[in-house]
Design a protein around this ligand. Structure first.
Ligand SMILES: [Zn+2]
Length: 445
């Protein structure tokens, strides 16, 4: 079979792969490119393969960089089934409806799809369970828990005896909310993510770090701004803040604003799937709502969001988007970045070309919506909250598959290089490939 890379090949976004032979064509993920203008311009390009010729689609999880181009694929003619887990389906609906709304409100002339395309996309979804094989005899498919976000999967394929596994995004297990990543079965070829391929996450006392920042803003009536991803990360933050509150360490003079209607919707999906929680969350959830505490204020409309700036006293603002390349956090950034009693706390990967990356790299002057903004805020990174496996975890997962053919995707080139070197050392593989956009690789290797 031929494997073509329509994204996430040398970047962390745009995940989209096509496996094909004479008799069938299958797409795995269909995500948005996010980051620089140049990268995002790829979203509007015609697919390198005719969407009408794709038989079915396998969706690993509902992050936008894995599912964002789906409605465009459907608009361009794809009409086959989309296989996904039930939580993924629920989160997918929230994610895509929101993306269509953003297009309608802000970017109509460049809109890739509309609400009708989203509705058509959702009508093609077919729910699958973890660990239950399906598909034709020469193309057996098995979804395993990736431990990355609620409902996320890595996908094991048996192509007439040739075993190929797509890691998709692997979790930083054990995580606070969901079950850890499943053990992979043996495979001869793996397509492995490498977001943090060159890094080892530090062991951090995350609750302790959060408490330290909260104490600091309580002291000087400052603002703790947390750009957060709506899916998983925000729920984890709420869970931790709830725990900190229960431990009596959440100063009640600090208001906590959750300023993301989308994250609120996703939190409701979490509440609907306790069977996907890990044991600890299960226990916590049986006693009370693990995503809520007395000082939490959930804002709804954009007026409520703007009103946050008029409130006095110390506050925590949790708002999207996680890389600050859009969403309500951008307005808060204009207000609070110039203030020296602001702490900006990153809780996830910041891709090249995003405002988040510029700030994390220490730029003291940035441009937001064409407006120059002086940065006097202190900037921090809470890497312990990452939802991606680090180098040791990626290598460990790869070793468990026993695969000698390793294709590295979903990582910037420096990360892929670091991971490739480690994999050579640890697995003895002599066949590690790092394809680029639109490259094709023939399987079996
Ligand atoms: Zn992801």
């Amino acid at each position: 079979m031929e494997l073509q890379f329509l994204g996430a090949a040398g970047t962390v976004t745009g995940s989209c792969y096509v496996l094909s032979d004479d008799s069938k064509k299958v797409m795995i993920d269909c995500g948005f490119f996010q980051g620089s203008k140049e990268l995002e311009s790829l979203n509007s390009k015609a697919f390198a393969t005719d969407p009408r010729s794709i038989d079915f689609l396998l969706l690993t999880h509902a992050h936008l960089d894995h599912c964002g181009r789906l409605p465009k694929l459907v608009k361009d003619g794809f009409s086959g089934p989309i296989y996904l887990t039930e939580p993924t389906k629920r989160i997918l609906e929230i994610t895509l409806v929101d993306a269509a709304r953003v297009y309608r409100e802000h970017n109509q002339e460049n809109s890739l799809f509309n609400e009708d395309d989203v509705a058509k996309t959702l009508s093609l979804c077919q729910v699958v369970e973890y660990d239950s094989e399906f598909g034709p005899s020469d193309f057996r498919i098995n979804y395993k828990n990736a431990g990355h976000i609620l409902g996320s999967a890595f996908i094991q394929l048996d192509l007439s005896g040739h075993k190929v596994t797509f890691s998709a995004d692997l979790g930083n297990s054990p995580q606070e909310l969901i079950e850890p990543t499943d053990e992979p079965s043996s495979a001869s070829t793996i397509i492995l993510e490498s977001t943090y391929g060159d890094r080892v996450h530090q062991v951090q006392d995350t609750d302790g770090e959060l408490s330290k920042h909260i104490a600091a803003i309580a002291k000087d009536a400052g603002t703790l701004m947390i750009p957060s991803f709506s899916i998983e990360r925000t729920q984890e933050l709420l869970f931790r803040l709830d725990r900190i509150d229960k431990a009596g360490k959440l100063d009640h003079s600090v208001s906590v604003f959750m300023d993301s209607p989308m994250a609120q919707k996703v939190t409701d999906v979490f509440r609907d799937f306790p069977e996907y929680y890990n044991q600890r969350l299960h226990q916590a959830a049986s006693v009370d709502d693990p995503f809520s505490f007395p000082s939490l204020k959930v804002t709804r409309g954009s007026k409520d969001s703007r009103n946050i700036a008029t409130t006095t006293g110390p506050k925590i603002i949790i708002a999207g988007s996680g890389m600050m390349n859009g969403g309500r956090i951008v307005n808060h950034a204009k207000t609070y970045l110039p203030l020296s009693n602001t702490r900006l706390l990153f809780v996830g990967f910041q891709a090249e070309g995003t405002l988040g990356r510029q700030l994390l790299e220490g730029q003291r002057r940035v441009t937001i919506d064409g407006q120059p903004i002086e940065v006097n805020a202190q900037i921090f990174d809470l890497a312990g909250l990452s939802s991606h496996a680090d180098q040791p975890k990626l290598v460990n997962w790869a070793k468990k598959t026993g695969a000698q053919n390793i294709i590295l995707t979903h990582g910037e080139d420096y990360a892929r290089k670091g991971l490739a070197e480690k994999l050579v050392e640890q697995t003895g593989s002599k066949n590690i490939q790092t394809p680029h956009y639109l490259d094709k690789i023939m399987l079996p290797l």
